[in-house]
Design a protein around this ligand. Structure first.
Ligand code: G
Ligand code: G
Ligand code: MN
Ligand code: NA
Length: 253
């Protein structure tokens, strides 16, 4: 209850902040995109993890307001960074935000046009949970979203409970391999086989792949060897405040 009222207050005062984690091309190490991740520091509660406040926001419905703020801030920053490098920005969307398809579409369109970000530079990350109770309306909404320009990514791939057949019915652009697959890959034949199989399937379906949670060079080497093009993880950088990410981006150009 306390956290709920503090979160509403933080949202109304624009106190939540985005941190940015680079997404790199594995072969070159070059930053080609960035994922926006929400951070909340509350005066009373201290630092609260998104794994706590996102589910809370989903239960109470303030996720719509939170998601809108995240998208606007991410688009403003990404637009400013275009003068340094032509990077994309990935923003996480909750399944709950898709309960009102029509207003969500209009909001995204409005934020894109008011911030001036090239819509093609926005990646919308959704999880498999969105597709569990898939409807015709959802399919249409995702198509309309892509028609506006943004790319659609499947986040935490392989951890949800939806049937793989959704990959035929929706035209995702990108798949993000959940970091749990990479964690135990060393000396672990079954996990290596799974990652290889995901990469082969993605190639067959013409999906780009981002491997998440890369912490060690051997993981990057394994992924590159098996034709994974993009990656993200502490090996390259943790999520950074906007100014620090901008400095990193300037360094490489
Ligand atoms: O940095 P990490 O602890 O940031 O993120 C934890 C979880 O919170 C991840 O699953 C991430 O997708 C989610 N998350 C972070 N920021 C946002 C956001 O702005 N919107 C949504 N829906 N999820 C987010
Ligand atoms: O669920 P989603 O993929 O949106 O969230 C990404 C989460 O993974 C965030 O909490 C982020 O801070 C975390 N993260 C990013 N890189 C690494 C990594 O290399 N190792 C670990 N353990 N977590 C990571
Ligand atoms: Mn994500
Ligand atoms: Na993920």
């Amino acid at each position: 209850l306390l956290m709920d009222s503090r979160l509403r207050k933080a949202l109304n005062n624009n106190e939540l902040e985005l941190h940015y984690q680079p997404i790199v091309e594995l072969a070159s190490g070059k930053i080609i995109a960035v994922e926006a991740l929400m951070r909340w520091h509350d005066a009373e509660l201290g630092f609260v993890s998104p794994t706590e406040f996102i589910p809370l926001a989903e239960r109470t419905g303030v996720i719509n307001q939170l998601g809108e703020q995240a998208l606007r801030q991410a688009c403003i920053n990404a637009q400013a960074w275009q003068s340094i490098a032509p990077i994309s920005v990935a923003v996480n969307f909750s399944s709950v935000q898709f309960r009102q398809c029509e207003p969500l579409l209009m909001k995204i369109e409005r934020i894109l046009s008011s911030t001036g970000l090239d819509p093609k530079r926005l990646d919308i990350e959704v999880t498999e949970s969105l597709l569990i109770s898939e409807s015709g309306e959802l399919r249409q909404t995702l198509q309309q979203l892509q028609a506006l320009g943004p790319q659609l990514s499947i986040d935490d791939f392989g951890t949800g409970y939806s049937a793989l057949s959704y990959l035929q019915r929706f035209s995702f652009n990108k798949l993000k391999i959940d970091r749990s697959f990479l964690q135990h890959m060393e000396h672990n034949e079954p996990d290596q086989a799974l990652v290889k199989a995901i990469l082969a399937m993605a190639a067959a379906l013409d999906l780009k792949v981002v491997a998440e949670g890369i912490e060690a060079q051997w993981q990057a080497d394994f992924l590159t060897k098996h034709q994974c093009q993009f990656g993200q993880g502490y090996l390259y950088s943790k999520p950074l405040p906007a100014e620090e990410f901008e400095a990193l981006l300037r360094q490489q150009t």
